[in-house]
Every structure is written in structure tokens, then in C-alpha cells.
Design a protein around this ligand. Structure first.
Ligand code: BGC
Length: 409
């Protein structure tokens, strides 16, 4: 512990960063996103950060930054390129990735699915399919069975609500369906949402069907995984938008409804089917609040300390919580160091009130493909030069390193 450390974290706390396969690996084919890029609906993906070939170099950097945990995802289309046919060479690739982390004493946290779908699945309806939960559970249990002798932490789904809302309400991501309810059209009518291919009331209904299927997909995967690998720790990576309100009772009700629709509905559906929870935190909204906050490069309000509220929200499920993602787009690295410190302070405050937080993984280790927005948004502790693929550690990464090495702030 450094001599100036004031906010101490529990012994064994995990400090690290996160990535997702599609956003950093490069060379992924046969997915709904690649097909959308070919049609000009989302930016081209190309080599990304070429992490598929450079993971050793990237984990050396993570190690040099004092990380003892790393979250990454497995690309479903690599493992199951055709329905029911599994590619053992790709399992070997991910086994080597895990070994590379273990060799550096970095604990791997695997996400089994982070947004992108194999084309055979998306083209036949994806999570609209009635049998989607069984298909997903078969994939999850195959991967976990193959890797559970060298990895303990597995999350099934990354941000189920974000996946469904961007696909079926805003029309911003595959399958680009935009929802409508009476006079309300979901999603903003500007840039990123122009990709929407249809606008209808039935898309709104489908949003609810898809979210229900995601609940079933998680639950069936949990059961299937536990049958053969009871020792592993299974979670979901849940995006929690922290909702708050001023004194006004009407606003208090609005905040409760928003939290239920955004988080409670899904989390209640999977009760009894998770051993821990991954928290992805980025956003805070206070109903009745007129304050103007500074903005990140995403145009999002900068409220890192409010992670405390998101953690307290999840505490009701009485399971250990790992912060699986939390970070800021800041190309010039002007606010990231302060952002991280405030976020860590918020996490520490939640711990003091008894919330069982076990780790913090910053989003992201590397600059990456920010989905429908392409490569312009920079979340990385490490900057990527997309021409040369050179890696450059940003100054804020050293501030985080100090926190990790001191196990506190
Ligand atoms: C997602 C990431 C994304 C990040 C920043 C999270 O919701 O899991 O894939 O890059 O937010 O937008």
C-alpha cells in the first residue's frame, strides 16, 4: 500500500480493463455486423486493433500497468461458424489467450457473447427465434466445457437491454428496426440512427419478445453450464443506467419506472440463475435536474462518481459484483485520469456501505471499434494508431496503474 493511500480496497480486489472480440480483434467474418458494414449501414471494421494476433503484446502492456484482471469476449461466429458445427481451432486460440493472461498472473473474465451474432443465426431471426435460448445455451455450454479447466469467470450476455434497444427500438444496430408507440418514435432522428430500416409498432412489441428471449437464453445457459461445470462462476454483464430524481414525487416515480424497465425487469427474470453480477456503468440521469454537466466525446454527461448508485442498485440481488466495464471516450486524454479517480472513489463509497464489490475493469484497455460510430471514439488506456497499429500508453493509464498497485487511492 502506498503511504499516501487513503481509500483502501479489500485484499485480493481485481483491477484491470476490458475489451470485446469484435471491437478489437480484427478479421472476423460471418457476422451480422460485418454484413451490415458491407451494406454501408455501419462503418467498416477491417483489422481493428489486430488484437487477435497481438494479444501477447497487449497483455504485456496490461501487466506493465499493474493489472491483475482482464475481461475479454469470445466471438461466437468464430466458434460456431455454421449452426451446430464448432471450430476447435478457435477454441485453441482462446485457450492460448487465457494461458497468456495466466502466465502474467492476470485473472481472465470471459464474456461469451458481446453483441455480434453469427450470420446463420441473425439471418434466421436471431433472438426473435423461439428456439434462440436453446441455441445460445448450446453454444455457451460448449465454450465453458472446453475452457472451464483454465478459467473460472464466465458472463453469458453483455448488456441484454442495450442490445435489444439498439436493435429493435432505436434501429441503430442490426437488425435496424425502429420502434414506435403511439406518437413516440424511439431513438434520435440524427446521424447514428439513420440506419433504421423499418419503423413500426410491431418493432416495439418485438423488443419485449427479444428481451424475454434473452432472459430465457441466460437462464437456460446457466442451467446447461452448471450441469457440466458446476465449479465455474456465471454472471451477466448488466448495463445499469443510474436513475435518480429531485424532491418531486412524480420524478421519484419516473426514476423507479425507468430503473425497472432498464434493469429490474431483466435482473428479476434471471433471479436464482447467477453467481455474481458484472456491472457496466456509463450513464446517470436525474429526473427534475437542471444542472448542466461536462460532456465526454460521446456527448454523454460526465458523472463517474454516480457509479455508487449503480452499485447500490445491484446490491439488492445479494451477489458479488464485478465492475465489468466503466470508462470514458476522451481522445485527448484530458479528463480520463480524473474520471477514473472519481469512479474509484464512488466504488469505494459503495463498498463502505456494505456493497460486495470484488473488482474494477476499466473500459477499455485499447481504443476500439465503437459499434455504429466506428473508430473515432477513443476509450482506451492505450491509444491505437490505426495506420501503423502502434500502441501508445496514455498518461491516464499511469494514474490507474498507481491505483491498481496501491490497491487504493
Ligand atoms: C458496451 C461496449 C461499448 C461501450 C461504450 C458498452 O455499453 O458494452 O461494447 O463500446 O459501452 O459505448
Amino acid at each position: 500500500m502506498g503511504k499516501d493511500t487513503v481509500l483502501k480496497f479489500p485484499k485480493g480486489f481485481f483491477w484491470g480493463a476490458s475489451t470485446s472480440s469484435f471491437q478489437v480483434e480484427g478479421g472476423i467474418t460471418g457476422t451480422d455486423w460485418e454484413s451490415a458494414a458491407e451494406k454501408g449501414l455501419v462503418p467498416k471494421i477491417g483489422k481493428a486493433a489486430d488484437h487477435y494476433n497481438r494479444y501477447d503484446q497487449d497483455f504485456d502492456i496490461a501487466k506493465s500497468l499493474g493489472h491483475n484482471a482482464h475481461r475479454f469476449s469470445i466471438e461466437w461466429s468464430r466458434i460456431e461458424p455454421e449452426e451446430g458445427k464448432f471450430n476447435h481451432n478457435e477454441i485453441e486460440h482462446y485457450r492460448n489467450v487465457i494461458k497468456a493472461l495466466r502466465a502474467r498472473n492476470i485473472e481472465p473474465f470471459i464474456t461469451l457473447w458481446h453483441f455480434t451474432l453469427p450470420l446463420w443465426f441473425s439471418e434466421t431471426g436471431g433472438f426473435e427465434r423461439k428456439d434462440a435460448p436453446e441455441i445460445f445455451a448450446r453454444y455457451c455450454s460448449f465454450v465453458v466445457d472446453s475452457l472451464s479447466n483454465i478459467c473460472t469467470h464466465f458472463s453469458t450476455i453483455n448488456e441484454p437491454n442495450v442490445f435489444a434497444s439498439h436493435g429493435w427500438l432505436y434501429g441503430a444496430w442490426p437488425p435496424f428496426k425502429r420502434g414506435k408507440f403511439l406518437w413516440i418514435k424511439f431513438g434520435k432522428p440524427d446521424g447514428t440512427w439513420k440506419s433504421a430500416q423499418t419503423l413500426s409498432f410491431s418493432n416495439t412489441l418485438m423488443y419485449f419478445k427479444v428481451t424475454n428471449n434473452l432472459v430465457r437464453a441466460h437462464n437456460e445457459s446457466y442451467v446447461a453450464i452448471k450441469k457440466t461445470s458446476p465449479q465455474v462462476n456465471v454472471s451477466v454483464a448488466k448495463h445499469v443506467h443510474a436513475f435518480d430524481s429531485n424532491w418531486n414525487p412524480f420524478n421519484k416515480i419516473l426514476a423507479k419506472i425507468a430503473a425497472y424497465l432498464q434493469s429490474g425487469r431483466f435482473m428479476n427474470g434471471i433471479r436464482g440463475h447467477f453467481d455474481s453480477i458484472g456491472l457496466n456503468y456509463y450513464r446517470y440521469t436525474k429526473f427534475g435536474d437542471r444542472e448542466v454537466y461536462p460532456k465526454s466525446d460521446m456527448g454523454w454527461n460526465v458523472n463517474p462518481e454516480k457509479i455508487e448508485l449503480a452499485l447500490k442498485y445491484l446490491a439488492r440481488y445479494k451477489k458479488p459484483i464485478f465492475i465489468s466495464e466503466a470508462g470514458v471516450a476522451d481522445a485527448l486524454d484530458k479528463i480520463r485520469a480524473e474520471y477514473i479517480k472519481k469512479q474509484v472513489e464512488g466504488t469505494w463509497r459503495a463498498l463502505q456501505t456494505g456493497v460486495d464489490v470484488r473488482g474494477h475493469m476499466y473500459w477499455s484497455l485499447l481504443d476500439n471499434y465503437e459499434l455504429a460510430l466506428g473508430y473515432e471514439k477513443r476509450f482506451g488506456l492505450v491509444e491505437i494508431n490505426y495506420e501503423t497499429l502502434e500502441r501508445k500508453i496514455r498518461p491516464s493509464a499511469f494514474v490507474y496503474k498507481q491505483i491498481a498497485e496501491n490497491n487504493g487511492l
